[in-house]
Ligand binder design. Sequence first.
Ligand SMILES: [Cu+2]
Length: 160
Amino acid sequence: MDTKENKWFEVTWTVLPIILLTILAVPTVQATYELTSSSAGNVEEPPQEAVEIQVIGKQFNWIYMFENGKQSTNELVLPVGQKASLRLQAEDVVHSFWVPRLAGKIDIFLGKVTRLSFVPNEKGSYQGKCAEFCGAEHTQMRSDTRVISEGEFQEWLKQA
Ligand SMILES: [Cu+2]
């Protein structure tokens, strides 16, 4: 078939990709906005009614400090359905906090606070790890997170 200078073909393969790309753009833009709203970068102001947690990253552990003074190492526990607001800082080198199924990566630094907020919507265990090469035991620096009910969380907070 002779497709040379066929107006109908020319128009079709110009217009069809435009339509397809427009259709694909809708879910892409939606998903991008959802992801952006779940993780804020360097905002200093804590969001309202959030569970505030101070996070310290140091070779090769994560230390979590909760509002009531409870501390845990390498075990982040959060109540389901509530906004978690992490205030992150490093004690030595650059690390990166990352729990892929909960929120985006956030780099953490010595002498500078970064913030990450998100709402864990489902109970369960979520694997996470340091996403910035930080030394010999970097791969052991896990940031696994457990999301439990509000009641269980309050009980957990009281445990020494
Ligand atoms: Cu690290």
